[in-house]
Design a protein around this ligand. Structure first.
Ligand SMILES: [Cu+2]
Length: 267
């Protein structure tokens, strides 16, 4: 019902509820705009100077405006209590259990998105700021930690399986960034010093979306949605949504490659 808003194509399970809410807000705001605009025009005509040469010091005695304002407050209350709060509760409080989800850490920095997968053991390896190297180890993963041996990191490339809950733990190294993927209807600030979880279920693979849109170059894009410095505009990450099998193949390859690279004494 929200095609008239021209939103980006939808590719996440919860997105319909968000679009619904955006639709209702637009409808209510249109009613308010027309109502207040009409009222303004009415007062301009009704209280024009030629009809009211002398000011009326008694003012308005009817209570209509009070009733109207109560009406507006009720509508806004419905938006807040009926739509916004339940949606917030479902989106933020009711996170799926980590055992059923793919948990991935995404760390913003000026000006890139660092992605960290825990690997098959589902445990994030230790990271140490002393090991941090912007070229070879931007997250400072300590490969000597057993839990880190199978960890996978990427820069600006987030690979996700379709139809599975994804929990992104959002962090930042430096300033406030914002993780926004319009097709997933998610946008959340990444705040230094905090780890903020967000979750969603991607429903359409990148390949299917390309066919659907007739655009072979389509990519889901992580746009940094907070002005975070001079390079903000080039802080673009890409999300590749794959079938469960394709994702597993990619993950197995990446685990092997990165573990081998970490073991290479000549690196
Ligand atoms: Cu940024």
């Amino acid at each position: 019902m929200t095609e008239w808003l021209g939103l980006p194509p939808l590719a996440a399970a919860h997105g319909g509820a968000i679009d619904n809410m955006i639709g209702w807000i637009h409808i209510f705001m249109l009613v308010l705009f027309v109502g207040w605009g009409g009222f303004l025009l009415y007062t301009l005509v009704r209280f024009r100077q030629s009809r009211n040469p002398v000011a009326d010091y008694r003012g308005v005695t009817s209570h209509n405006s009070t009733y109207l304002e109560v009406g507006v407050a009720v509508v806004e209350g419905v938006l807040l209590i009926g739509f916004a709060i339940p949606l917030w509760a479902a989106r933020v409080d009711a996170r799926p259990p980590e055992s059923e989800a793919l948990v991935v850490q995404v760390t913003g920095e000026q000006f890139a998105w660092n992605v960290h997968y825990p690997g098959p053991d589902r445990v994030f390896g230790r990271t140490d700021i002393k090991l941090l190297d912007l070229q070879s180890n931007p997250l400072g993963v300590d490969r000597s930690d057993p839990a880190a041996k199978d960890d996978v990191t990427t820069v600006n490339q987030l690979f996700l399986p379709v139809n599975r809950p994804i929990i992104v733990r959002l962090r930042s190294k430096d300033v406030i960034h914002s993780f926004g993927v319009p097709e997933f209807r998610v946008k959340q600030d990444a705040v230094p010093g905090l780890t903020i979880p967000i979750w969603f279920i991607p429903t359409i693979t990148t390949a299917d979306m390309r066919t659907r849109l007739g655009n072979p170059a389509f990519e889901y894009e992580i746009a940094c949605a907070q002005l975070c410095g001079l390079g903000h505009a080039r802080m673009r990450g890409f999300v590749t949504v794959q079938s469960a099998e394709e994702f597993q193949t990619w993950m197995d390859e990446a685990v092997k490659e990165q573990a081998a690279a970490a073991d290479d004494p000549f690196r």
